[in-house]
Design a protein around this ligand. Structure first.
Ligand code: UTP
Length: 295
């Protein structure tokens, strides 16, 4: 039902300078995959096939990543390195990618509005690739799509953060309608310490209904002089409905050095090594089957 996922990826990633001086933050590797690939995999797992990416200057490598590289494929053809491209090949085959440039960095709200041309008039998901989410079960977007089917309104993923951290996020207040669900009544972008309406911080996963574009168009620059999605969502919540969802799973803030290092350590142990073991077992079983067939 929700087929498109928007990736605002035009930001400068200043917290990671100098690494991000000429390399997009979204292309920083977590073990052996760039951040954005994890986000795209999460969107595909949630049933989406249209990946709409908002880019900016210096983001060419991001576009190249989701395209074939014939020269490289020719080089490694027939070697055991070929299988290292299996995942990205699968992604390129099962999703299509469209791009638009945000020419001025006027904030996340503005980046989402820039993506309107690609998204059109339908509900869509938003992934901020620097928030890396991992789960044993269903991915965060898949959990949110199931909720969208029930509520048919915009949904934001939230997480409880320590009191001293709320000033880094958009923070909500709401009426609790289930253990893990709130109907949003207030939202503040980066509240000054001590003024936060709760400890429920919005993380980089959203499902938005297309009327959000009009709300953004009518939103004046807010915190930091940027057009904030939080301000547009508050208006939408006041005039309609926005749900905040305490998602199941783990999130790493890969926009910060500490969160990025935590993500690498976690993914190496729990994703990369597990996948390698599963792959090795698959190969062993195939070899055993071949041997049995011969004997
Ligand atoms: P952030 O503020 O976390 O990313 O924006 P940033 O600006 O790239 O990083 P720092 O703070 O300078 O280190 C959240 C998301 O919104 C996108 C960013 O690319 C990031 O994915 N964004 C932000 C845009 O696409 N355009 C903007 O004008 C602002």
């Amino acid at each position: 039902m929700i087929k498109k996922c928007l990736f605002p990826a035009a930001g400068y990633g200043t917290r990671f300078l100098p690494a991000t001086k000429s390399m997009p933050k979204e292309m920083m590797p977590v073990v052996n995959k760039p951040l954005i690939e994890y986000g795209v995999e999460e969107a595909i797992a949630a049933g989406m096939n249209g990946m709409c990416i908002v880019t900016g200057r210096g983001k060419h490598s991001l576009i190249d990543h989701f395209d074939k590289n014939y020269e490289l494929e020719d080089q490694i053809k027939g070697t055991n390195k070929e299988e290292l491209l299996d995942d990205i090949r699968g992604i390129i085959e099962s999703a299509h990618f469209t791009y638009i440039r945000q020419s001025e960095m006027k904030g996340l709200g503005h980046a989402i509005l820039t993506g309107r041309e690609l998204v059109g008039d339908e509900p869509f998901a938003v992934v901020l690739a620097d928030d890396l989410c991992v789960n044993d079960g269903k991915g965060v977007l898949e959990q949110m799509v199931a909720l969208y089917k029930q509520f048919r309104c915009s949904i934001v993923a939230v997480e409880e953060v320590p009191a001293g951290e709320t000033h880094k996020y958009g923070v909500i207040a709401g009426d609790q309608i289930r253990d893990d669900l709130y109907r949003v009544t207030n939202m503040v972008e980066k509240p000054a310490p001590g003024t936060e309406p709760s400890n429920l911080a919005i993380i980089g996963r959203y499902i938005l209904t297309p009327d959000i574009f009009e709300y953004i168009e009518n939103t004046q620059p807010g915190k930091g002089g940027e057009i904030q999605i939080t301000d547009a969502l508050l208006k939408q919540a006041q005039e309609g409905c926005v749900i905040a969802y305490k998602f199941k799973g783990k999130r790493f803030d890969c926009g910060s050095v500490e969160g990025y290092i935590d993500a690498i350590n976690y993914c190496y142990e729990n994703v990369y090594l597990q996948d390698s073991k599963a792959e090795l077992n698959k190969k062993k079983t195939e070899k055993q089957k071949r041997l049995l067939a011969v004997t």
